[in-house]
Design a protein around this ligand. Structure first.
Ligand code: ADP
Ligand code: MG
Length: 699
């Protein structure tokens, strides 16, 4: 297999378009893609026909408008290309209209009150900036057309539309600044994203015997095995053959789809792994990350594995996240966050850097919210993932420059030295100007920022919508000021200083996991939003709505509906988890333990009946311990049932979500404890489902 031959072989990409479209059509389509000009009808007809021929040659029978509803997953409804002629014969057809617009009955997607169920109309519209691709599975080949999804009244019902809007917003403001700085060559500013994806792989046969994994994606019970991650022997460890075979297939499948899978390695927890692609434009990176998650899960089942994307599938070992590497770049290749070798002289860089810092500080709760879901609540702030407090890591060189700026003595950039290894046969290495910091939620890493809070199972659209918009908001202020100033050069200096002085409280280079930081952050007035419910309160505030509206990213009703969807999703998730626990405790754990207790009792009776002198002390001790824990478990089970019932009677969604967090979650934890105790005491033969040892180590 030659990588360059398979890479992009399932994508209707630029090369294919150039080859298959008439010159004029190609030019027109490029204008749509690059300049955002509307696509003319006759052009769409020609493109649709070429796309259909290409897809059919590669085995496609169906096409689908592929969209990203607010479930965070992807939606698709398949139509065949088939059309019937009057003489009864079938031909394959695909019109320009079918390419550019679809109308799925969309009443069953979450919409937060934006569309009553009786008004089921939803529209999908081709996003020509993301190329069409072919999905192949045992059922056949389908042409997938990336689309935006909106309601009859034009409100966005998906994650892609606001993402595209946010890219427009940041492009607009960043271009204003570049022009004011004298840039005459760049036509556009795009945001780039490279998301690193963490995941777990477990054996399918174990997965299938665990209702919690099936229904909720995480384990709700499970005593810790004798070994966890304490030996640090999995991180970057050599990859087991079964997993390596899986990863090879993942690479190939992703490459076919044009996803530039680049890095793969074992992660910290047993059975945990990571993949990272090469970064690309944000909306394509988002599409690709959705495809990556889907492919990971699909390919896993072919290997009798299951891929868990949940943020915290197992207690006691690390959970999974997604590192959203983000930067700004011009269409002629200038990375606006590249400091160069002497950042103190790089006014453009300092202006963009200071704007990002200011945006992160000003809108920290929105950024926090963009990474929030019920699963991620188990990670953030739990000494394995970034804390729930948003701060920015800059590293030594930039922090030094920031200090110089504040003290009006900007004159130098600290330079990196060489790394001396002390072995004469190994040459000295050029050292980076700063060491890494793994505990920061928002770290500057050379020429980009790495937003590390993002939830492993979520679409990266949400975090990037927020990032793009909040940075656009600060850039707008900066551009306005520059426009008003008579001397742009001087104005840059004072704007950078003002931004830094007003927002330096968000800069923190120390250990984000420490208790001191929590206290220090509080002193600095930085928000510490521990849970999704806390963060959600900041979404539909007047300030936030105004900001999103100002940049044309969300309307008020879109913000309000999205907030409602997130509250609902949170409440439903915890509800499913609680019901699953109740079912597992009632139908599996308690009956199994009773069986084991009975067998112990039978053993005691049998031994006593034959008048044997053998001691039954151990059986009796065990029996007692088991009954105590069993009784406790039963009490906690009843308490959980009551808590769930109480929450079901709450009508207000905000109150309901809060009650799930404050009443149901603690009741779930309380039930887990005695049940895990029972697991430790019960003979393996009687325990109803696979243990952590099976799940984490028998892959
Ligand atoms: P690490 O694990 O050290 O953070 P990786 O190499 O695993 O690094 O991931 C870094 C990610 O950052 C990759 O996806 C890479 O393509 C991406 N990246 C690099 N430069 C940029 C950039 N300018 N904009 C966005 N992402 C970038
Ligand atoms: Mg990283």
């Amino acid at each position: 297999m030659k990588v360059n031959e398979i890479f992009g072989s399932h994508v209707f990409n630029d090369a294919v378009m150039k080859e298959r479209l008439p010159k004029e059509t190609y030019k027109n389509l490029k204008k749509t893609i690059e300049l955002g000009l509307p696509l003319e009808k006759h052009v769409a007809e020609v493109v649709a026909n070429a796309m259909k021929d290409w897809a059919i040659e590669l085995g496609a029978t169906h096409y689908t408008h592929w969209f990203q509803p607010m479930t965070g997953k992807t939606g698709e409804k398949h139509d065949s290309f088939i059309a019937i002629k009057p003489d009864g014969r079938a031909i394959m057809e695909f019109s320009g209209k079918e390419l550019t617009q679809g109308e799925p009955d969309a009443s069953s997607f979450p919409n937060g009150g934006l569309r009553a169920t009786f008004e089921a109309r939803g529209y999908t519209a081709w996003d020509a900036t993301s190329p069409a691709f072919l999905k192949e599975d045992s059922a056949g080949v389908t042409l997938c057309i990336p689309t935006a999804f909106c309601s009859y009244t034009g409100e966005a019902l998906d994650k892609k539309t606001p993402l595209l809007r946010s890219m427009q917003a940041i492009n607009k403001e960043a271009m204003r600044i570049l022009k004011l700085l004298g840039n005459t060559t760049s036509g556009r500013v795009i945001t780039t994203v490279g998301p690193e994806q963490e995941y777990f792989l477990i054996d399918k046969k174990f997965y299938q015997s665990r209702k919690d994994l099936i229904f909720t994606g995480r384990t709700l019970f499970g005593a810790l095995p004798p070994k966890g991650q304490e030996l640090d022997d999995h991180y970057f460890g050599s990859i087991k053959e079964r997993i390596a075979t899986f990863m090879k297939e993942i690479d190939e499948e992703l490459w076919k789809l044009g996803v530039s899978a680049k890095t793969k390695h074992n992660e910290v927890a047993p059975a945990q792994h990571e993949m990272a692609p090469i970064f690309t434009t944000t909306n394509i990176a988002t599409d690709h990350n959705q495809l990556t998650m889907e492919t990971l899960q699909k390919v896993a089942t072919r290997h009798d594995l299951v891929c868990l994307l949940h943020e915290k599938p197992f207690a006691g070992v690390n959970g999974s996240g997604k590192h959203n590497n983000w930067s700004l770049s011009t269409d002629d290749g200038i990375n606006l966050l590249d400091p160069g070798t002497t950042p103190h002289e790089n006014a453009q860089f300092l202006l963009f850097l200071a704007s990002v810092i200011a945006a992160v500080d000003k809108y920290a709760p929105l950024l926090r919210l963009s990474a929030a879901n019920a699963g991620n609540d188990h990670r953030l702030g739990a000494n394995e993932a970034p804390p729930a407090i948003i701060s920015v890591f800059l590293g030594e060189q930039l922090t030094d420059i920031i200090e110089q700026i504040q003290e009006d003595r900007l004159c130098e950039s600290k330079q990196a030295s060489e790394l001396k290894i002390g072995v004469t046969t190994i040459p000295n290495l050029p050292k980076d100007v700063t060491d890494r910091n793994r505990t920061s939620p928002f770290a500057f890493t050379g020429n980009k920022f790495e937003f590390r809070m993002v939830a492993s199972s979520s679409s990266v659209a949400g975090p990037n919508i927020v990032l793009n918009t909040i940075v656009a908001d600060v850039l707008k202020e900066v551009a306005d000021k520059l426009e008003r100033s008579s001397n742009v050069k001087e104005a840059i200096g004072s704007i950078v200083k003002e931004l830094i002085c007003n927002h330096n409280r968000v800069i923190f280079n120390g250990d984000g996991y420490s208790q001191e930081w929590v206290e220090e952050a509080e002193k600095r007035g930085l928000p510490n939003l521990a849970s999704t419910v806390d963060a959600l309160a900041y979404f539909a505030t007047p300030d936030s709505i105004k900001m999103f509206e100002k940049h044309g990213v969300f309307s008020e009703s879109e913000v309000v509906s999205r907030q409602e969807i997130m509250y609902e999703e949170y409440a439903k998730t915890i509800n499913i988890e609680a019901l699953t626990m109740i079912e597992m405790a009632n139908k599996e754990i308690i009956p199994s333990v009773i069986k084991y207790i009975t067998s112990l009792a039978n053993s005691i009776n049998t031994i006593k009946a034959i008048g044997s002198l053998a001691s039954v002390k151990i059986q009796e001790t065990l029996l007692e311990k088991l009954s105590t824990s069993l009784e406790e478990a039963y009490g906690k089970l009843e308490a959980l049932e009551t808590a769930v019932e109480e929450v079901h009677s709450i009508e207000d969604i905000i109150e309901e979500a809060a009650a799930y967090r404050l009443k149901v979650l603690p009741a779930m934890e309380a039930l887990r404890k005695p049940c895990d105790e029972l697991e430790k005491l019960t003979s393996e033969e009687y325990w109803p489902f696979p243990t952590y040892g099976d799940l984490l180590f028998r892959v």
